[in-house]
Design a binder for this molecule. Structure first.
Ligand SMILES: Nc1ncnc2c1ncn2[C@@H]1O[C@H](COP(=O)(O)OP(=O)(O)O)[C@@H](O)[C@H]1O
Ligand SMILES: [Mg+2]
Length: 235
């Protein structure tokens, strides 16, 4: 399998009034195309920094970052914007959906300037929102709102979906439904999923689990078998 990302000796050092923080410490990593990857670690271990560097939101202090065969850590702002627009989707713990737009209208926002969009009704169906597509956000549960934000990130057909604590605000049942949508999307569209979480239960649905602590990767686990989101044992 081809690498979607390869990073060599990547460090990120924050230097400000409160002193120096080594958020990432000489990290090497390969991420395979089409995998579900879970990045696991306690608060402050460098998960969000890793995600920001892979997604071109932040630059490493040193080291190299490759997206397929393109080196992206020395891209200028314009190149980074295009890289994100053409290739990446984002899902956060907070749903960031617009309250005076319907479910469909919120999802259509994701089509913005996309060159290779998916069929919007098919995407709405994949995240199981067809019967809710004309509702407004106040009429939805937290899990449904998160699935709106997933669909909005997905319609432009990104190569990679970055999910930072996607179930952080959800209870077990709604969290599992959200993860099931991510799993369906991975299967159907071969979208690479990079999921950052501190919930170890989610690891069992990942092809690769990357455990971080204090800015280092402490373990990489390759799961031979993955289980469906409904079967996860929630911690
Ligand atoms: N903008 C910043 N300025 C200074 N320190 C930061 C900044 N962002 C993150 N850090 C520090 O870098 C370390 C890793 O943070 P982060 O990547 O957010 O961890 P995680 O997502 O695993 O909780 C932490 O010690 C954090 O305080
Ligand atoms: Mg974080």
């Amino acid at each position: 399998m081809e690498n979607v990302y390869k990073i060599n000796k990547v460090s990120k050092i924050y230097d400000n009034f409160s002193g120096k923080t080594i958020a990432l410490n000489k990290i090497n990593l390969e991420i395979k195309d089409g995998e579900i990857v879970v990045i696991l670690g306690p608060s402050g271990s460098g998960k969000s920094t890793m995600l920001n560097i892979l997604s071109g939101i932040d630059n490493p202090s040193s080291g190299e970052v490759y997206f397929y065969d393109k080196r992206i850590d020395n891209f200028n702002d314009n190149e980074l914007t295009n890289y994100r627009k053409d290739n990446l989707g984002f899902i956060f713990q907070s749903y960031n959906i617009i309250s005076n737009l319907t479910v469909s209208e919120n999802i259509e926002l994701g089509l913005n300037l996309s060159t290779n969009p998916l069929d919007i009704d098919e995407v709405i169906n994949t995240v199981e929102l067809t019967e809710h597509k004309d509702k407004y956000p106040y009429q939805l549960s937290g899990g449904q709102m998160q699935r709106v934000s997933i669909a909005r990130a997905l319609v432009k057909n990104p190569k990679v979906l970055f999910c930072d604590e996607p179930t952080g605000a959800l209870d077990e049942n709604t969290g599992k439904k959200v993860l099931k949508s991510l799993q369906e999307i991975n299967k159907k569209y071969k979208t690479t999923m990079i999921i950052v979480t501190h919930n170890p239960s989610i690891s069992e649905m990942a092809n690769t689990v990357i455990k971080m602590n204090s800015g280092k990767i402490v373990e990489i686990i390759k799961n031979k078998k993955t289980i469906s989101a409904e079967e996860l044992r929630w911690a």
